[in-house]
Design a protein around this ligand. Structure first.
Ligand code: ADP
Ligand code: MG
Length: 577
């Protein structure tokens, strides 16, 4: 509980004035809500005694009318202010969260699912916002009513009657607290189940086309429905719990009412309090019901908030393994990149995917990488993006370990075209500009031309203004590949990496692109992973990767001189032409 408020402390500090104002408004609201009962009791007493005159009647009537009107006005201001505050908090928490997600390295993304990360930014964040806003209202407003009502009961009616009538209250609250604490485990589980459901629904949406193509709607629906059912069932458990003890509270409450009425009537008969007092008193007991129910759910809210706070901060507290430190140095260009005995295994795997790699990449060279699927080609070249730290060995840029350079600088050196192409729901132009938001029109034109994407744009309904995207994908696989290449080219990177990025284009287009790159990127470095040897046979150096190890290095001519995997594949590809 304390942790939740400690973690949100910065926000309370930042908005302390608004919080003070809201607090004052709540005190005003709660204190004024107990006044009418007292006034009504006094009025009834005066009417019963026939001591009421026109002047005091007008006073009672006007007060009973004006108090709600004034409360209404304060309420408007209060709710507007507090809702705005809540919006502000959820916006700021979400912004911090997303900012942090960008800082995290691939280790985190291998550990958490998308659905889980989303549910923390939606469901859990919502709970935290509630704690920082309406929780205040629950606590201040309701305790205000309870305190003011009890003060009036004690000081203006009768302390003994008050004590006898509401003695059961603290006992009731104590019992409720104890029972509710047990519910914590259900709530924690519920958050996990909710995250799982989010993940399944997300998967269904993303995979809708594949699912439909394989007529797997029913199976997919079953899977998602199961997740939704789990969610509902876990809620049901919480509800069962809730239903079991809410009546308990009501029972205790009715007992309080009984005590107030029985003992109060006795006091009226024995002339210790007036009839008006008894009416006010009974009204106050009635008034305590709502606030007490709300106050008893405070623990519930706090339980929930503690769980959400832990879940939110679990992500916020992750310190990425790959990160800049103060000693990180800039790098804008390079002459030589060396892999020295580099081995790497994915964080949650046991076996090394690339083993003992020694490799030299000089500025201006074109490197081809070939090898069977799963041999570690993507893993190897992605080391240059510093997604993970290498498990052993070193990657040196001009003799300095890649770990010592600023990550952004290393990223800026590289234009990476991945195997799977992420398009944003934006226009073609905007998708290309992701590579370099400052790219000139001329540079974009050139990139489109070099990636042989020009002809496709002509076919698109709105040309470069056509909206493309993941789900409504209006582009073919090959077109997506070329858009991705154009995106990398507008960056004008020192190192261009094509990771099997030409697999979906026809041989002629591939040869056009390769030719274009050879000319336009003559002085820069290119790393091309390809299955078709036609894409790499002119490379300065071809690396053959098998089972995570480099088994051959050389030019095409050198490699086909002796019997090896490269030659075998080359002959196979020639005969298939
Ligand atoms: P290639 O690009 O040569 O087809 P990859 O580098 O993609 O090969 O994959 C090499 C091996 O690493 C494969 O066995 C693959 O299952 C595994 N692998 C790839 N990416 C990941 C990942 N993110 N987490 C765990 N294992 C991975
Ligand atoms: Mg690959």
């Amino acid at each position: 509980m304390r942790d939740v408020f400690k973690h949100l402390g910065w926000f309370f500090k930042q908005n302390s004035k608004t919080y003070i104002m809201a607090g004052v408004a709540l005190v005003v609201l709660s204190s004024t809500s107990v006044l009418p009962a007292k006034l009504l009791g006094l009025a009834i007493e005066a009417i019963a005694n026939r001591t009421i005159n026109v002047k005091s009647l007008i006073f009672y009537c006007l007060s009973l009318l004006l108090i709600p009107v004034a409360r209404y006005l304060v309420n408007i201001v209060y709710h507007y202010t507090v809702n705005k505050l809540g919006q502000k908090l959820s916006f700021q928490l979400r912004e911090k969260y997303i900012e942090h997600l960008f800082e995290l390295d691939a280790v985190t993304y291998s550990k958490y699912t998308k659905g889980d990360l989303i549910s923390r930014a939606t469901n859990d964040l919502q709970v935290l916002t509630v704690v920082a806003t309406s929780f205040l209202q629950t606590v201040v407003f309701n305790s205000g009513i309870v305190i003011f009502a009890i003060l009036i009961m004690v000081f203006t009616i009768d302390p003994i009657l008050t004590l006898v009538s509401i003695l059961v209250m603290p006992i009731a609250i104590f019992i409720l607290n104890k029972v509710r604490m047990n519910k914590r485990k259900y709530y924690r589980k519920h958050h996990e189940i909710y995250a799982d459901m989010t993940e399944k629904v997300l998967e269904s949406i993303e995979g809708v086309k594949t699912v439909r193509a394989y007529c797997q709607e029913e199976n997919d629906f079953k899977k998602t429905k199961q997740a939704i059912d789990n969610d509902v069932n876990s809620w049901r458990k919480i509800l069962k719990f809730e239903s079991a003890f809410t009546p308990l509270f009501e029972f205790i409450y009715i007992f309080t009412y009984f005590c107030a009425f029985a003992f109060g009537s006795y006091m009226v008969i024995t002339s210790r309090i007036s009839t008006g007092d008894l009416i006010s008193f009974i009204m106050y007991v009635g008034m305590l019901y709502g606030p007490l129910i709300s106050l008893s759910s405070v623990l519930n809210t706090v339980n929930n908030a503690t769980i959400s706070d832990t879940r939110y901060n679990e992500i916020m507290n992750i310190v990425p393994e790959v990160k800049n430190d103060e000693a990180s140095i800039p790098v804008l260009d390079f002459k030589k990149i060396e892999f020295k005995n580099v081995s790497f295994k994915y964080p949650f795997d046991d076996v090394e995917v690339i083993k003992n790699i020694n490799l030299e990449i000089n500025k201006g060279e074109t490197i081809g990488i070939v090898g069977p699927t799963g041999s570690g080609k993507s893993t190897l070249i992605r080391q240059l993006l510093r997604e993970f730290n290498v498990t052993s060995g070193q990657i040196l840029i001009d003799g300095v370990d890649i770990k010592n350079y600023k990550i952004e600088d290393v990223h800026n050196l590289v234009g990476y075209v991945p195997q799977s192409h992420i398009l944003f729901r934006k226009t073609v132009d905007e998708n290309i500009l992701v590579g370099n938001p400052n790219a000139s029109y001329q540079l974009m034109n050139q990139a489109i031309m070099l990636s042989d994407f020009e002809k496709d744009i002509k076919e698109l309904a709105y040309g470069r203004e056509t909206i493309v995207g993941e789900l409504g994908n209006s582009l073919s696989g090959g077109q997506r590949q070329r858009l991705s290449i154009a995106r990398a080219l507008v960056k004008e990177p020192q190192i261009l990496i094509l990771d099997d990025s030409l697999s979906a284009v026809d041989a002629l287009t591939e040869s056009n692109i390769i030719k274009n790159l050879q000319i336009s990127r003559k002085d820069k470095t290119n790393i091309i992973v390809a299955h078709r040897f036609s894409a790499i046979y002119k490379a300065d150096k071809i690396i053959v990767l098998q089972n995570g190890k480099i088994t051959d290095v050389g030019t095409h001519d050198e490699l086909i001189k002796h019997e090896n995997w490269y030659k075998m594949q080359y002959i196979e590809q020639l005969s298939n032409k």
